[in-house]
Design a protein around this ligand. Sequence first.
Ligand code: GDG
Length: 737
Amino acid sequence: MGKTIIISNRLPVQLQISNGTIAAIPSVGGLATGMKSVHSGGDSLWIGWSGLTDEEIPESLERDIDTALAKHGSSKVRLTEAEVEGFYFGFSNRTIWPLFHYFLEYSEFELDSWNTYKTVNQKFADAILEKAEADDVIWIHDYQLMLVPQMVREKRPEVSIGFFLHIPFPSFEIFRTLPWRREILEGLLGSDQIGFHIYDYERHFLSSVRRLLGLEVSFNDIYQDNRIIKVDSFPMGIDYKKFSTAAEEHGQRTVTEQSELQQRLNKHKTNDPEAKFLLSIDRLDYSKGIAKRLYAFEYFLNKYPQYKEKVRLIVLAVPSRSNVPQYQLLKREIDELVGRINGEFSTVSWTPIWYFYRSMPFDNLIDLYTSSDIAWLTPLRDGMNLVAKEYIATRTDGTGVLILSEMAGSANEMNEALLINPNNFEQIADTIDEAINMPKEEQRQRNGQLQQRLKRYNVEKWAQSFMSSLLAQKERDAAHVSRKLNDTRLQTILNAYTSADRRLLFLDYDGTLAGFHNDPQKAVPDEELYALLDALHQQKGTDLYLISGRDKDTFSRWFQAKKYNMIVEHGVWISQNGEDFRMLENVKNDWMEKIRPVLESFVDRTPGSFIEEKNYSLAWHYRKTDPDFGNLRASELTTVLTSLIGTDDLSVLNGNKVMEVKSSNVNKGRASVRVFGEKDYDFVFAIGDDWTDEFMFQELPDTAVTVKVGLQKTHAKYFLENTKQVRELLHAFLKET
Ligand code: GDG
C-alpha cells in the first residue's frame, strides 16, 4: 500500500497570521483526532482548505504557509472569496445541508452556486491528482466534496477511494427534488466504498441509486459497469480517553485551580443542593432544534411548576455559518425566545435559562459536562451527534442522565439513554421529570453500558474499521481482476481454440450477446450479431449453440432460417442444423393452470410487470416496475410459490429481473451436458450472465472455458464486463482460425 491521502473541506490545522509571521495550530476536533492513527508519519497527506481565502493570503507569505502546513502533513487547496461564498456558504450550506436534514423549504437551488461547487470540487480533485500515485488510498470526507470521487476516478481508475458522509442521507422522496441529483450520485459512485453513520442513511442512498440511476444493487454492493461499490455503515465514535481523563482531572482540582465558570456553577449547587442543571450544547443550526427545545422547556415549566426555581437550563449555542441568512434569522429567534421565557419565569433569585452564544474552550466544555445533571440533546435531525457521546464519557462517577432525540444517528447505539421525539412536548416534559427523579443506581447502570460501548468503539476504531474495510474491498477487486480475461489469459484460450479440432460453444442470448430491453420482444438481434454468428456457425470444426430461457417461437423467428443450433426454454427444446425443435426433456405443463392465476394476481398488484408464457414454463417479468417495489414483490412471490409448489417437480428460477417457474428436471446444465456427450469435443466454451447459466458453469467438465458476463458471484472461471466485450471475444475466435 502507498500513502494515505485524506481530503476534507477544512484542514486539521488553523493558520494564524500576525505581524507577518505564520503559525499553524493543530485543531482538536473529533475528525482530526480520529484520523490521527490514519494520518501519521510521512506516508500520509491531508488536503483541504486552510480557512484563509486567496485575498487574505499575502503573496509574500505563500511559501511560508506551505512550509508550515507541510510540517503537519497538510497541503492546502487555494480558494478565492467568491469560491468560498458559492461553494461553501452557497451550495454546501444553502442547498445540500438543509435538503439532507429534511429542511426542504430552506433549500435553495441556484445554478450559479452549483457551478461553483463543481469548480471547487474539481480544484480539490486536481490537488489530489497532483499528489496521488497508483497504490495510494484516498479518503474523502463529507457533503462539500461529493463530486470529488468520480473526478479522481476518471483520471486514476486504479486508486482506492473511500468516501464518508458525516450528515444524514435523506430518503429518495427528498433527494429526488435536487435538480443535480444524478450528478451527485455519479460523483459519489467514483468511490470504492461509501460510508454512512447508520444503516438508515445507507438504505436511503441505495434506494436513490437504484431508482435514479437504475443500477443493480445486491445487499450493500452496487454494480456499475465493471466495478463493484461497497456501501456500509460506520458509526463515528469519540476520543473517549481524552474526555474521561479530562473529567477525572477536573474532579481532582482544588478550588483555586478551578475555572471561573466552574466556581460559579459550584456556588449555585451549594446554595441549592436540590437544584438541577440541564445542558444543551450545539452549533447554532436549525437542524439542532434549539428553538423547539426552548419552547419545550417553557411547556415543561408550565406543566411541572414545582420545578420553578429548581431547574436551570444552560444553553451553549456555538456560532456557525453566520453569513447564511437562515442562520441569522435563527439567531434572532433564539435570542428573543430566551428573553421572553426568562422574562416570563425569572424571580429575584432564579433565571431559568443561561444562554451563551459563543464557542467555549475545551476546559469549560468539560466543566459544563461534568456539572450538568442532565444533558438534553434534541436535534430535529443529526447525522450522529457527538456531544451526546462526549457527555457520557465525562460522567466518570456513572451519574447523569442523557435525554436524546430519536432523530440523532447516535440514538441508534445509545438505547440506554432516554430517547424522545423532539416534536412531542408532552413526552419531553414527562421525560425531564423522569430524568430529575431517576435514582442514581439506575443512572449508573444505564451509563455503565453506554460507557463500555463508547470506550470500545472509539473514534480511532471507527477510522481503522473504515480503512480496513476499504483495503479489503481493494483485495476483493484484485480477486476479480485476477479472473478478468486479460491479454495473457485470452491468448491462452485463443491458442486452445485454434489447436482444437472439435469445438463446442454455448452462448446465452439476453445480457450476453444482446443487451436488455424493457420489452423482451424488442431485444431483436442486430445485423452485426447475425454476421458474427453466421461466421462462427460456418466455421469448420465449430458447433455453435445458442442456449436460452426464451420460448421456441421467438428463437424460431429470429434464428431458424440461419440454421443455428438452439436450446430454448432452459433446455426443454433443441433444434440442430435448422431442423424443427424437438423435446430434449420429457416435461409436463399441466401445473400451469394452477400457477398462472397466482402470477396474474401479482401482475394486477405490481404495475409494469407482466407474464411471459412459454410452452413449459411461466415467467413473471418485473424489469419495468419500480425497482424497490419490484424486488419486494419478487421475494413475496418466492414465498408464495415455494409454499404452493411443495414437493411438485417444479422449481423457481430467479433470473435478471424475471422469476420463472418450470420443471425441476430442466436446466441449461443438463441440456449442455447432453449435447457435450454427443461428440468427442476437445474445446468447450460456455458464456452467460445470470444465474440460470450457472448450471452450465457447474455441470460442464472442468476443462471447459466458462465465462460470466458482469462482476457477480459465479462458478465460471473468468469474467467479462459487458456484451461489447463478449462480441470482441467471439470476433477474436474467428480471427485466430
Ligand atoms: C457533524 C454532523 C456528526 C461544540 N461546542 C463546543 C465544542 N463543540 C464540539 C463538541 C463536538 C463537536 O463540537 C460537535 O459535533 P456534533 O457531532 O455534535 O455536531 P456537528 O458539528 O454538526 O457535526 C454530526 C459530526 O459531523 C461527526 O460526523 O456527528 O451529526 O452534523 O465534538 O465537543 N468544542 C469546544 N467548544 C465549544 O463551545 N471546544
